[in-house]
Design a protein around this ligand. Sequence first.
Ligand code: 8YV
Length: 338
Amino acid sequence: MRRAPVLVARAVFPEVVARLSQHFDVESNPEDRIFDKPTLSARLAGKAGAFTTGSERIDAEVLDAHPQLRVVANMAVGYNNFDIPACTARGVLATNTPDVLTETTADFGFALMMAAARRMAESEHFLRRGEWTKWAYDMFTGSDVHGATLGILGMGRIGQGIARRGALGFGMKVIYHNRSRLTPDQEAPVGARYVDKATLLGEADHLVLVLPYSAASHHTIGAAELALMKPTATLTNVARGGIVDDAALAVALRERRIAAAALDVFEGEPRVHPELLTVPNVVLTPHIASATVATRRKMAELAADNLIAALTGGTPPTPINPEVLRDGRLPPPRTGRG
Ligand code: 8YV
């Protein structure tokens, strides 16, 4: 039987490509070119499935150009690069990689928050520039993490992981805001208190953003929200670029309306707002919160599990739109979709 043609859109562990090749006729991208929209579309010609990352946009236009495409498997928990209603309307299964990256991403979010609070990047740059000539009582004084109030916007799996680290490891008071309130059983272990957004902004000593990106969460933090924060507060974003208005944040940091920020994600990344590159009180990392060898392997394997199950009559483990499945399986392709 002819094996289904599949695109692996970005470079990924060769073992994972080899595993996919046992099932599929794989076109891979070992040179790791970033495909622009026409190139992605050309590469998807005739493919039944695609292994993607956050850099590949799968929207109605792409889906309509490739009616044979049946599954798109994202190697990421976030899937704002997918138009899910468009996938669902066309019977295309979309999958992501939740859970396997939760603790790793929470580790990194917490580390970034600490780095901002204790001015680690700013002081390291000072040292590297050769400016460290004497000790001084007020040199790079920051704010305490232990015992402080940790504010979490977006209390999903990763947000709860950060809350656990703060409450159980550092004696922090946890306040949060989320679309829906956690159950008392989820709140109790970390003593999390549900508050409205304005209270969260006003009370947090360290605010961490872990909410998914959508049109509704675009610029959730802009000039007006930054103005509600304490001048001593820090802001950490490990969610998605676009949730923060980066231009407004750069102004707030330069004018010390908040003390510091730490960002792993940016509007229009990998470009970074030029003002953020010049303000000193911000820690900048290149979207690496899930980047440990073990976790990236698990993410790649889970994306491959989804692709293999979807196209070989199995049950994909982590579907985003399970409503396209029938008895847990992807129905046979329909012809003439458009
Ligand atoms: C990915 C992420 O590395 O999982 C996510 O949503 O942001 C990261 O873990 C990135 O999206 C690449 O796919």
